[in-house]
Design a protein around this ligand. Structure first.
Ligand code: GRF
Length: 208
């Protein structure tokens, strides 16, 4: 399978998926990286591995960015099967969602549907979790629809919130699990181990 990874930041999830793909635990290859920030860590890492980097969307800061229809055409030309959002902070246009129906997933650093949606990104998520008094948090991987963080949930992992956690402590604990969970989910995706419940909820079948 061929994968596109969308990044806006450091790209540690992208890096762990790339490593798993190179060592063969994911039966898929990252064909292209899409970013809205040409200088971000994820884009730099892609260039260092000779993975093509595409800019999207076109903005004042990134005048070479593609339009949504050019992005769809480019992803098709790379024969991309699945799109993985890994710290990509822009909304995905409807045109792309329709072109890649049930094939775009995102990772979010809280147990959705709690602490998700516009405004809940980066450290803000972990600060809000700690402020609420919640005793558990953890990453969610979900299908992407036209809103932030509302698509059907595909996988979650529980991480404890400790009494004296600062947002950075919780973020680091969640991020470590994100790397494991994302690799497991992408491996399942590439092996066609996703089945669909009648109500549209995706389920992962174990390997045996
Ligand atoms: C992760 O916490 C992810 O859940 C969120 O953005 C962060 C990206 O981290 N969507 P990285 O760029 O993969 O290091």
């Amino acid at each position: 399978k061929k994968l596109a990874v969308f990044v806006s930041g450091g790209g540690s999830n992208f890096r762990s998926i790339h490593e798993a793909s190179v060592e063969g635990s994911i039966h898929g290859e990252i064909g292209v990286v899409v970013t809205n920030k040409s200088g971000c860590g994820g884009a730099e890492y892609a260039r260092s591995k000779n993975i093509p980097v595409i800019l999207f969307p076109k903005t004042k800061d990134e005048p070479h960015g593609l339009s949504a229809s050019d992005l769809v055409a480019t992803l098709r030309s790379f024969e991309i099967d699945f799109i993985l959002l890994a710290g990509y902070l822009k909304l995905i246009p409807l045109e792309l969602i329709q072109a890649y129906s049930k094939s775009i997933i995102n990772i979010h650093p809280s147990l959705l549907p709690s602490f998700g949606g516009k405004g809940y990104y980066g450290m803000k998520v972990h600060k809000a979790v700690i402020a609420s008094g919640a005793r558990f948090s953890g990453p969610t991987i979900h299908l992407v629809d036209e809103h932030f963080d509302t698509g059907k949930i595909l996988a979650q992992r529980v991480v404890p919130v400790l009494a004296n956690d600062a947002a950075e402590d919780l973020a680091a604990r969640v991020l470590k699990e994100e790397h494991h969970l994302y690799v497991e989910v992408v491996a399942a995706l590439c092996d066609d181990r996703i089945v669909w419940r009648e109500d549209g909820v995706p389920l992962i079948q174990s390997k045996d």
